[in-house]
Design a protein around this ligand. Structure first.
Ligand code: GLN
Length: 200
């Protein structure tokens, strides 16, 4: 995994906190010296230097985003090209196309994903990336079935893309927040502390 430039300034990073796994993301951000902020209202987006769209249940996320009227503020934030990390359900929301079953999405990342695509026995599992020792935790994870021309594959597992990026927008099928390895968060947001970059 390539390393992006480390930032030295503390950043305020929003974590969409409507449902799902936002707390563990907050811990990883704090370990890197950033300030996490739970995002629940449209007005909060203007305060952010970066954003995490966490895992959870993507259908529920879609409903709550619509109910709270957050869609336009989210789209406007992404258009500012500040760093975003979308994990699991967050990636599903961000994909251009979603199958298994099909559902609406924002299309921030030019990828096609299939929901819950690892099969029953593999509902949840731990693995390690193909060409790096970054730990991968999959929970009812989607699979990235195709990537568009502007999308770079950062990490693969069994040859399939599991972490991709389009500029500053990153999408992971796994949950980087569920281990103490902060490398993925550091790659997206930089680090404000000289926190160890490898697993502890
Ligand atoms: N299977 C969930 C969905 O389709 C995603 C699972 C997760 O975020 N851990 O929304």
């Amino acid at each position: 995994m390539t390393k992006d430039a480390d930032s030295v300034t503390k950043r305020r990073i929003g974590v969409l906190a409507l449902q799902g796994g936002f707390e563990a993301h907050e811990r990883r951000l704090t370990e890197l010296g950033h300030e996490p902020l739970r995002v629940r209202y449209a007005a909060q987006f203007s305060e952010l230097d970066g954003l995490i769209l966490p895992g959870g249940e993507s259908t529920t996320h879609l409903k709550l985003i619509a109910l709270e009227g957050l869609g336009p503020a989210l789209e406007a934030f992404v258009a500012t090209r500040k760093p975003v990390l979308a994990t699991c359900a967050g990636l599903i929301l961000s994909a251009k196309t979603v199958t298994g079953p099909a559902q609406a999405s924002f299309g921030f990342l030019d990828v096609a994903v299939r929901r819950n695509a690892w099969g029953r026995q593999l509902d949840s599992f731990e693995a390690v990336a193909d060409d790096s020792d970054v730990p991968l935790t999959f929970i009812r994870a989607p699979r990235i079935e195709s990537v568009g021309p502007g999308v770079e594959v950062v990490l693969r597992y069994h040859g399939e893309p599991v972490l991709v990026r389009s500029g500053v927008f990153f999408g992971a099928t796994f949950h980087p927040e569920l281990t103490t390895d902060v490398r993925v968060h550091r790659q997206v947001f930089g680090g404000a502390l000289n926190a160890a970059t490898s697993a502890r």
